[in-house]
Design a protein around this ligand. Structure first.
Ligand code: NAP
Ligand code: HSE
Length: 429
C-alpha cells in the first residue's frame, strides 16, 4: 500500500509539543502500518525559537508566525498544545474555519468555549478531538464515546488532578502541605502557576468536559462549583484515617432526575472504595451506568509523553475516520437542566470545635435535626479543655447541611467555623 504523506503542525513545542514530535518520529513506522499515513511535523509555533527543547524540532520547523501555519495549504492536521484561552482560542477557530482538523490538550479552552469551537468545526466540516484534555494518558473520552455508546452513564467520579493527589498522599505520610506542593512542582506535575491545581479549577474544567461527553449535554466551567485543597489541614487527614477513610480531591458529575450536577471538592473517601487506592500523581475516572454498573480507568494523569500519547492517538483517529461520520463532531446532542445548587444529596463529614460543657452536643444535634439531617457516626476528642466533634451524616441535600452548619457556627459554645467534606462511599454495583 502506498503511504500518504501528511504534513502536520503543532501550536506549542513545550513539554507536550516536543513529546508529540518525539512519538510521531519514533513510531512513524507503526503509525504507517496501522493507517497508511506518515505524519511529518512541518511547523511548530513557539514564543522563543532560541529556547532549548526536549526533542530537537528540526531545521526551519519552529516559528513565531501563526499565519505561516494557517496559510500553508499542505498542512492538513494541527495539534494545539500551547495552552491558555487567548490567543489560542482565536487560532483554533481560524484553523477550523480554514478546514484544518484540530486536536487539543487544552481543558481550560474547551471548558469555556466548546459551544463556539464545535459549531465552527461542524460548519467547516472538520473534526476537533480532545482526548488529551482530560487525565493525560487515560483514554476516557474514547471509552465514553465509543465503548459506552449504548450505556446510560449517570454518574462520573474522578480524581482528575495529579498534583493535588500527590500532595494529599504525601500528607498521609506526614508531609506538610507546603512541602508536598514544592515537591510536586519540582517533579513537574504542577502547572507553572499551581493555582489552577490547588484551587480545583483544573479539576473543574476536566469534570465539565467529562460531564458533557458522559451526559451528551453541555457543561461549562461556570456550571461547576469547585473548591480546592488549599484549606485542608493535617487534622482532616488524621480524622479521615480514624474514620477508615482518606482525603482526596474528587470531582463528581451526577444526573439527578434528569438534571445535571457537577462539582469538585476535597472529600472523605472510604478506604474500601476503589478511588481511595489512587495514589501519587495518578488519576482515575469511575463511570457508573445502567449496563456497565461500574468501571474505573486509572493511569498517569500528567506528563509530557503521557499526554502526547493521547494527542497522537487523536491525530491517528482523525486520519482514520475523516469522511466516515464515526465519532466526529460535538458529543453534546441534548440540553439537560442543571440541578439547583444545594440539592445534590450526599453524606458529609463535619469537624466542629466546641467548648467541653454539658448540653453542647444536644445543641449541635438539634441544629442538624432542624434541617432534617440525620447523624450516622459521631466521635469526640478532648484537647486542653476544648472538644472536637467529628460527625458523619446520613445522605442529605448539600443545602440542608450548609444551613445546619450556619446555625451551628452561631452557637456560643462553638469555636470557629465548622469544616465539612463530602463522603464518597457509594458504589454502582
Ligand atoms: P508548556 O511546556 O508551557 O508549552 C507551551 C508551548 O506553547 C511552548 O512551546 C510555548 O512557547 C508555546 N506558547 C505558549 N503561548 C504561546 C503564544 N502566545 N504564542 C506562541 N507560542 C506559545 O506547556 P505544556 O505543559 O506542554 O502544556 C500544553 C497544553 O497541554 C496545555 O493546554 C496544558 O494544560 C495541556 N496539558 C499538559 C499536561 C502536562 O502534563 N504538561 C497534561 C495534560 C494537558 P515557548 O516554548 O517558546 O515558550
Ligand atoms: N497540572 C495538571 C495535573 C497536569 O496535575 O493534573 C495535567 O493536566
Amino acid at each position: 500500500m502506498a503511504s500518504v504523506d501528511v504534513p502536520v503542525a503543532l501550536l506549542g513545542y513545550g513539554t507536550v509539543g516536543a513529546a508529540v514530535h518525539r512519538l510521531l518520529e519514533q513510531n512513524a513506522e507503526d503509525i504507517e502500518r496501522a493507517t497508511g499515513h506518515r505524519l511529518r511535523v512541518v511547523h511548530a509555533l513557539v514564543r522563543d525559537p532560541g529556547k532549548e527543547r526536549g526533542f530537537a524540532a528540526g531545521e526551519g520547523v519552529l516559528t513565531t508566525d501563526f499565519a505561516s501555519i494557517l496559510e500553508d495549504e499542505s498542512v492538513t492536521l494541527v495539534a494545539e498544545v500551547m495552552g491558555g484561552v487567548e490567543p489560542t482560542g482565536g487560532y483554533v477557530l481560524d484553523l477550523l474555519r480554514a478546514g484544518k482538523p484540530v486536536v487539543t490538550a487544552n481543558k481550560q479552552l474547551l471548558a469555556r468555549r466548546s459551544t463556539e469551537l464545535f459549531a465552527t468545526a461542524a460548519e467547516a466540516g472538520v473534526q476537533m478531538r480532545f482526548e488529551a484534555s482530560v487525565c493525560a494518558a487515560i483514554p476516557v473520552i474514547k471509552v465514553l464515546r465509543e465503548s459506552l455508546v449504548v450505556t446510560n452513564v449517570h454518574r462520573v467520579l474522578g480524581i482528575v488532578n495529579g498534583t493535588t493527589n500527590f500532595i494529599l498522599t504525601r500528607m498521609e505520610s506526614g508531609a506538610a502541605y507546603q512541602d508536598a506542593l514544592a515537591e510536586a512542582q519540582r517533579l513537574g506535575y504542577a502547572e507553572a502557576d499551581p493555582t489552577d491545581d490547588v484551587s480545583g479549577a483544573d479539576s473543574a474544567a476536566k469534570m465539565a468536559i467529562l460531564a458533557s461527553v458522559a451526559f451528551g449535554s453541555r457543561v461549562e466551567l461556570a456550571d461547576v462549583s469547585y473548591e480546592g485543597i488549599d484549606r485542608l489541614r493535617p487534622e482532616h487527614v488524621e480524622a479521615a484515617r480514624s474514620l477508615g477513610a482518606v482525603v482526596r480531591l474528587v470531582g463528581t458529575a451526577t444526573l439527578v432526575d434528569g438534571a445535571v450536577d457537577v462539582r469538585v471538592g476535597p472529600a472523605l473517601v472510604d478506604r474500601h472504595h476503589p478511588l481511595a487506592s489512587v495514589e501519587g500523581p495518578f488519576n482515575a475516572v469511575m463511570l457508573q451506568g445502567d449496563a456497565i454498573r461500574e468501571l474505573m480507568l486509572e493511569g498517569p494523569g500528567a506528563g509530557g509523553l503521557e499526554t502526547a500519547s493521547a494527542v497522537v492517538a487523536d491525530m491517528v483517529s482523525v486520519l482514520g475516520t475523516t469522511g466516515t461520520g464515526f465519532l466526529q463532531g460535538d458529543a453534546c446532542w441534548r440540553s439537560l437542566p442543571k440541578l439547583p445548587p444545594g440539592e445534590l444529596p450526599a453524606p458529609y463529614y463535619v469537624h466542629i470545635e466546641v467548648a467541653d460543657r454539658p448540653g453542647v452536643l444536644a445543641h449541635v444535634a438539634a441544629r442538624f435535626a432542624d434541617e432534617g439531617v440525620s447523624i450516622a457516626r459521631l466521635a469526640q476528642h478532648v484537647v486542653n479543655g476544648s472538644a472536637a466533634l467529628d460527625v458523619v451524616t446520613h445522605t442529605a441535600p448539600s443545602g440542608r447541611v450548609a444551613t445546619a452548619l450556619d446555625a451551628i457556627a452561631r452557637l456560643p459554645e462553638v469555636h470557629g467555623l465548622p469544616d465539612a467534606l463530602r463522603v464518597i462511599d457509594e458504589r454502582g454495583i
